[in-house]
Write a protein that binds this ligand. Structure first.
Ligand code: HEM
Ligand code: NAG
Ligand code: NAG
Length: 316
């Protein structure tokens, strides 16, 4: 028992440093002891019906944290003249908002008015990774929900066309390191990308190359057939890691084979630190998991928000 005291003290210090709304592992211990179980069940039930749910929830949490902090701004609906984040340009694959609604409804039935939508989304993202065969971790809780969501701010998300310096800048602006960037990009082991996110890399790339020379030629030919220049079907695209649906380190192996889909994936090799980490994570799933968990906890502690929303789609 005695060993518990220094451990808890350490958590309190860590959360005070990382967040204005101070986060803690036992935030709902008294006010909503079953919250983790309730959210996990909602994510599990939805995933049983639709295998695309985990990827959607992980990406949703990333988008949430990168705009105004992890404050559930991504969940708000457009209202009146205000176009919300979810209706902004990069929303192309944001979906599964209904899963958060279902989790919130179940949480409210058990403990009304105490659990933030931002915490529910952070828990759901963790559960999504675990349900996909990835690692699990304890999520610090105590986030508050924000009152502002603007489609115009989604331009501040990193773009798939970004080079390594743009990516580093986007992450460092949010207190995240290059190591966090490389580890979190491993989220691309899950999910789907539409042609619009990468097809410019394989058609008339520049004056001398039809495709981005950093792409493996046979892969470029494959991508050209998935995304023909003319007649692009609106839903055309590909699974980002076609080797499996599980949360593994194949993403890094694909980068080393020059079979990454986005410029922003392939350029992780363009800095010495990034390159070293890509090699490390490709060689060791365990090293990737450890780095991913630590980076997720840092990303999901980006502060924002001031209320506990009653309905995740509208401010109180
Ligand atoms: C480093 C900067 C990042 C860029 C430029 C980026 C860009 C993108 C793009 C363009 C897509 C495909 C959208 C589409 O065409 O439908 C995508 C999908 C996805 N991203 Fe990222 N992303 C980044 C970081 C992250 C992070 C940090 C995570 C989570 C840890 C993440 C998780 C995902 C997931 C899971 C999907 C698949 C979504 C689905 O299938 O519903 N991404 N990303
Ligand atoms: C994405 O944005 C478009 C255009 O603003 C909008 O019509 C659509 O409903 C949005 N999709 C989602 C899933 O919110
Ligand atoms: C990255 O892109 C920015 C903006 O286009 C450019 O100014 C910068 O020189 C590029 N950096 C690298 C390393 O290519």
């Amino acid at each position: 028992m005695a060993s518990k005291v220094p451990f808890l003290t350490m958590i309190i210090i860590l959360s005070a440093v990382s967040s204005g709304n101070s986060l803690s592992l036992n935030h709902y211990e008294k006010s909503c002891p079953n919250v983790e179980f309730i959210v996990a069940k909602a994510v599990k039930d939805a995933t049983a019906r639709d295998k695309t749910v985990p990827a959607a929830l992980l990406r949703m949490h990333f988008h949430d944290c990168f705009i105004r902090g992890c404050d559930a701004s991504v969940l708000l609906n457009s209202k009146g003249k205000n176009k919300a984040e979810k209706d902004g340009p990069p929303n192309i694959s944001l979906h599964a908002f209904y899963v958060i609604d279902a989790a919130k409804k179940a949480v409210e039935a058990s403990c009304p008015g105490v659990v933030s939508c931002a915490d529910i989304l952070a828990l759901a993202a963790r559960d999504a990774v675990f349900l996909s065969g990835g690692p699990t971790w304890d999520v610090p809780k105590g986030r508050k929900d924000g009152r502002i969501s603007k489609a115009s701010e989604t331009i501040n998300l990193p773009a798939p066309t970004f080079n390594i310096s743009q990516l580093k800048q986007s992450f460092s602006q949010r207190g995240l390191s290059t190591a966090d960037l490389v580890a979190l990009s491993g989220g691309h082991t899950l999910g789907f990308a539409h042609c619009s996110s990468f097809s410019k890399r394989v058609h008339n790339f520049d004056a001398t190359h039809d495709w981005d020379p950093s792409i493996n030629p046979s892969f470029a030919v494959q991508l050209k057939s998935i995304c023909p220049l003319k007649n692009q079907a609106k839903n055309a695209g590909t699974i980002m890691d076609p080797s499996s649906t599980s949360f593994d380190n194949t993403y890094y192996k694909l980068i080393l084979q020059h079979k990454a889909l986005f410029t922003s994936d392939q350029v992780l090799l363009d800095s010495q630190e990034g390159k070293n980490l890509v090699f490390k994570f490709a060689a060791s799933k365990k090293a990737f998991y450890e780095a991913f968990v630590n980076a997720m906890i840092r990303m999901s502690s980006i502060n924002g928000g001031q209320e506990i929303r009653k309905d995740c789609r509208v401010v109180n």
